[in-house]
Design a protein around this ligand. Structure first.
Ligand SMILES: [Zn+2]
Length: 165
């Protein structure tokens, strides 16, 4: 058999490297029976799988952070002395090219309302078609003020249909 392959730095490997490690283990198994088993015994395969899991978990967290950031642009929670208000940003176009955004209170709650209840209400607003709609063409959720029509966003209307706003 040719030179020994080294599988180093697995704890920091990226997806491409892990993929090449797995491919090489698989290939070598085809040339020498038991190679994969020996790599299992060394703990190498499990190390690779753990690293893959860590990468996947990070990707999920990043996705959640991105979603939260997006929501924070358009839905906010404002605390007053005895109340908590959930507000949504509505975008209007009083003049073409000059959007005007204003915050509207959707829920006025007792100051002691739990975060869990608040989160649930925020999610409901996020899914409420009176405030946000999903564009059929780019699949993105938009505040209604950024929708060209019921199911096409302004960006897609411009890009795909040549409509000038
Ligand atoms: Zn779109």
């Amino acid at each position: 058999m040719s030179r020994e392959l080294t599988y180093s730095n697995i704890e920091n490997a990226n997806l491409a490297l892990l993929k090449s490690y797995l491919t090489s283990i698989w290939r070598r198994e085809r040339f020498s029976d038991g190679y994969m088993a020996s790599m299992f015994e060394k703990g190498l395969v499990v190390d690779i799988l753990w690293r893959l899991k860590a990468l996947r978990d990070n990707a999920v967290t990043d996705g959640k952070k991105k979603a939260a950031k997006w929501i924070n642009q358009f839905i906010r929670i404002t605390r007053f002395n005895d109340t908590v208000e959930i507000q949504v940003c509505m975008i209007k176009w009083p003049h073409p090219h000059t959007p005007k955004s204003t915050w509207h209170t959707i829920h006025k709650l007792d100051g002691f309302t739990s975060q869990e209840v608040i989160d649930e209400l925020v999610e409901k607003i996020f899914l409420d078609k009176r405030y946000f709609k999903i564009c059929n063409e780019c699949d993105q959720r938009n505040p209604i003020g950024h929708m060209h029509s019921n199911n096409v966003c302004q960006g897609c209307a411009e890009q795909n249909h040549g409509i000038v706003h």
